[in-house]
Design a protein around this ligand. Structure first.
Ligand SMILES: [Zn+2]
Ligand SMILES: [Zn+2]
Length: 249
């Protein structure tokens, strides 16, 4: 355990839990503040981010562009659940990831779940959380995308646990966090070749409809890179879902 984590542990023991936003005691994200988070009512095309689309599918204009360029579509849909800056959601996500409050995976998972239900997305065969590099996993102590995926796997359909695969995709490149890189081009190239899939895992994803889960997307390049690998090895459809899209400042 790092010094920071020990310090955090001691502080948590000495001081009671309080809402990240309003400081009310007993919950990290109180019901009142949670209910202020609105689920996005209109999804947009994940590629141009301009044209509204059903279930965050690629718009006809981008589709035409892709086919003209002979480019394959790897990520079929991207569902963005809420607005990053609205209701101080960004603060909650930040505390979840950087103050290591893993309990926040439940309300944050609920936000994605609400968006999945609202958009009536098809039930996936398999859920895959975006993996962390082992070094970052050791530092954080948990994979934030994995905890969100766990919640969705258990709660998307009543009485049915959707299979989840946590080790199929692996992050082989230790990349700086996307939010620390300013240019779009650099963010895309930062992700290229960042993931891999082991040969013996191919059978698990073949012909499957996969739901990829991540906490936030910036340019969408992380999800795109994962979708590319999954499609390359035979996945049928790849649907991405995130809590929010972080605008590049
Ligand atoms: Zn509150
Ligand atoms: Zn588009």
């Amino acid at each position: 355990m790092s010094f920071e984590r020990i310090k955090k542990f001691i502080l948590d023991t000495l001081f009671p839990i309080s809402c990240v936003i309003c400081k009310k005691e007993n919950a990290w994200f109180c019901q009142n503040c949670f209910e202020k988070i609105e689920i996005v009512s209109e999804q947009v095309c994940p590629y141009c981010e301009k044209i509204s689309s059903t279930k965050g599918a690629i718009c006809p204009k981008c589709k035409l562009y892709f086919s003209k360029k002979n480019k394959e579509i790897f990520l079929d849909n991207l569902l963005v659940s809420a607005k990053y800056k609205r209701g101080r959601l960004s603060k909650v996500i930040h505390v979840y990831k950087y103050n290591f409050i893993s309990d926040l995976s439940i309300p944050l998972g609920k936000i994605i779940l609400k968006a999945l239900v609202k958009n009536n997305i098809p039930i996936p065969d398999l859920i895959i959380p975006i993996p962390l590099h082992p070094r970052r996993l050791r530092w954080r102590g948990f994979n934030q995308a994995e905890l969100l995926a766990d919640f969705i796997s258990l709660n998307l359909t009543i009485g049915l646990e959707i299979p989840i695969e946590k080790n199929v995709l692996q992050r082989k490149k230790y990349t700086p966090p996307q939010m620390k890189i300013k240019s779009y081009k650099e963010r895309v190239s930062n992700m290229q070749g960042a993931f891999c899939l082991k040969k013996e895992e191919i059978k698990k994803i073949k012909n499957q409809n996969i739901l990829l889960i991540d906490d936030v997307s910036t340019t969408g390049s992380t999800l795109l890179e994962c979708a590319k690998i999954l499609k390359f090895f035979g996945a049928k459809k790849v649907f991405g879902a995130v809590i929010a899209r972080q605008e590049i400042s």
